[in-house]
Design a protein. Sequence first.
Length: 202
Amino acid sequence: MPFEDLTVTGSLTLDQYTAKFKISNDELGVDWEDFEKTFSCGANTEIQDPELNGYTFVRWNPTIPQKADATMDGTTYEAEWILNEYKMVLYITDTDSIVKTLYFRDSTKIADPIREGYTFTGWKGDFSVTMPDSNFTLTAKWKKNKYPLIANKGLDFSPAADTTIYAFQEAISLKDLSHEGYEFKGWLPKPPATMPADTFVT
């Protein structure tokens, strides 16, 4: 039997490895769909970083090998996140503001501000009971208070006193008195130019 060339053809199949990727956990308070991905042995394992409102992706745990290998098969890689911080700006007046830095979903409960001569009536803006995934601004709304000014006239005037209601910082105007046989010298104590944030008696 003569010798003849013999050609043998072989085929190789790369091993396949399937890994699971877990995006969120119970602490995040969201229901995010996990996924699986299959890699050929030695393939690039680059995975696009996931995104989640209010959080910044840190890394996969455990660390994903740069090239697919047998350690990946059946392994669950869990995304690790850090909470983002955002600013809540409270404008008490046009020139007075408070800036609070809060984490996403922190409580935004704040005490009502106090301002001399005014009553706080609420906040103007899109208020949220927990910190949203963005900065936001609130502006305090105020109502100017009113106070009585009591002018005691003395002698035998009737009525003995006049009461006038003034808004806070409103200009005060008191007329001079006249009485037969007397010269009016002025009011004591002397009223201020504008109404203070309290009852004033003169």
